[in-house]
Design a protein around this ligand. Structure first.
Ligand code: BES
Ligand code: MG
Ligand code: ZN
Length: 476
């Protein structure tokens, strides 16, 4: 990734000056330059490339309220500038915040760095395809020294999550996924324990083992822990991520055309919690965090789970499986049961769980359902706006849970035709006994087109959200 630092060089290839629009006259510009800039600003162009033969210098005017939307606009400006740098094969970018707006350069750098991400592993001529932008320098008096390296860790965590999603199952089996978590832990400084199939059997994780029955590759259950000596929280925050490395639907094979085409993304929840604990550990936040990822592929096969089979989750709850494509909730059930042993302060799970979440709100937000205190949920939703990974909350009324009752077992894994994201959440709730938030990221997890700094493929959604939320609410 592009290296981000606050050690400004004498001459970078491209310079960006951020300024408050009303202070345009205070910029140290020659008369002709000022006239040019003002005429551009007059036609509402807020990103202006100053004509010059010797240097590439952008002036970015900021106006209006410095709110979450304006910060998102700054990230998008970062995308434009990143594109201009790469298009002309330049390498270094220096962003200077001359405005008094807090951390203005941070957001621009964030957008530039995130949009500079590429997944080139499988190209023969990857060297030629590589973006040239490799160094981002920032001068901003409103940002402290620690905050700088922090942005680097956050971008790295997001890129890690993207790459894990972008890897196809031909590489990223459950075993490989766990191995990648282990590697990430070694780099960032968190501990990783990988449970293999035998250990998963010993724990009687019937949900994870059930989904894995049609597969030729074994499941894994990975436990990551970051526990610094100076942790501010007594009880840990536990993150849980769905790790279905590919979802064919199993014997209830995905029925509609195209519905299987992007299903390597079905471990995006797992990738998000890995990326989040990576960023937290890399930046040494004083907070005790545990991340759990149950992983398997979901395939039909000789011994695959059949509709009407009854399986037993690790807490003894029996589940009638009516649709093997509703597999995420089965593996999450075992992980949520496992989380009980930590007596957690809060558990947050992230999962590409339902098409219903996508149908209800599209790809611009994730669906949240929770039993945690509403204040905690509101704080998470605030972080959602701050990092522009927005959340919409759905109710957890008990009527939605009635749908999940079975004639032959404690629960069934299939609800009614409507509001499937809620009945799925009601199913999961059964396995919790602690304050809990469920985030259905099926909409924003994967992009089939570029959307500003959300590159095509895995988006890494959840990493910046969890980081911001945990930092603000538990690390001080
Ligand atoms: N992984 C899918 C959900 C999904 C859909 C993720 C679209 C990303 C984009 C999940 O396992 C699934 O298949 N859900 C079913 C559940 C249904 C059978 C109750 C769904 O939503 O159709
Ligand atoms: Mg499925
Ligand atoms: Zn799935």
């Amino acid at each position: 990734m592009a290296k981000i630092s606050n050690k400004a060089p004498k001459n970078a290839d491209v310079v960006v000056t951020l300024f408050d629009k009303k202070d345009v006259k205070k910029l140290k510009l020659e008369k002709a330059q000022l006239t040019f800039l003002e005429s551009e600003l007059n036609v509402n162009r807020n990103t202006v490339l100053m004509p010059s033969l010797t240097e590439k210098h952008f002036y970015v005017a900021i106006e209006g309220n410095w709110n979450a939307e304006a910060k998102e606009g700054m990230r998008k400006t970062g995308v434009e500038i990143q594109a201009a740098v790469n298009k002309t094969n330049l390498e270094s970018l220096h962003i200077v915040n001359q405005s008094a707006l807090e951390k203005a350069a941070w957001y621009l750098a964030e957008g530039a760095a995130l949009s500079n991400y590429q997944f080139l592993k499988y190209f023969k001529d990857k060297e030629n395809k590589k973006n040239t932008l490799s160094k981002i320098f920032v001068t901003d008096a409103t940002i402290s020294e620690e905050e700088w390296s922090e942005l680097h860790g956050i971008v790295e965590g997001t890129e890690l999550a993207r790459t894990l999603v972008n890897e196809p199952v031909s590489f990223l089996t459950a075993t490989q996924f766990s191995e990648e978590m282990n590697k990430a832990g070694k780099v960032a400084g968190f501990k990783t324990q990988i449970l293999n199939k035998k250990q998963i059997e010993a724990l009687k994780m019937g949900g994870l083992l059930g989904v894995n029955k049609g597969s030729i590759d074994p499941p894994t259950f990975t436990i990551m822990e970051y526990k610094p000596k100076n942790a501010k929280n007594k009880k840990p925050i536990v993150l849980v991520g769905k790790g279905v490395v590919f979802d064919t639907g199993g014997l209830s094979l995905k029925p509609t055309p195209g519905s299987m085409d992007e299903m390597k993304c079905d471990m995006a929840g797992g990738a998000a919690v890995v990326g989040a604990i990576y960023a937290i550990a890399a930046n040494k936040l004083p907070v005790h965090v545990i991340a759990l990822v149950p992983a398997t592929d979901n395939r039909p096969g000789g011994n695959a789970l059949c509709p009407q089979d009854v399986i037993t989750i690790s807490d003894g709850t029996t589940v009638e499986v009516l649709n093997t494509d509703a597999e995420g909730r089965l593996i999450l059930a075992d992980a949520l049961v496992y989380a009980k042993k930590y007596k957690p302060e809060l558990v947050i799970d992230l999962a590409t769980l339902t098409g219903a979440a996508v149908r209800s709100i599209g790809t611009y937000a994730s669906a949240v359902m929770a039993t945690a205190d509403q204040k905690v949920v509101n704080n998470l939703m605030d972080s959602g706006f701050e990092v522009w990974e927005r959340l919409i909350q759905f109710p957890m009324w008990k009527e939605y849970g009635e749908e999940m009752k079975s004639d032959v077992a404690d629960l069934k894994n299939l609800g009614g035709a409507f509001a499937g994201q809620i009945s799925a959440a009601k199913f999961l709730e059964h396995f919790t006994d602690y304050p809990w938030i469920h985030i259905d990221i099926a909409g924003p997890a994967y992009q089939n087109k570029v959307d500003a700094y959300r590159t095509k493929g895995g988006v890494g959604v959840g990493v910046r959200l969890l980081y911001d939320f945990i930092k603000k609410n538990y690390a001080n």
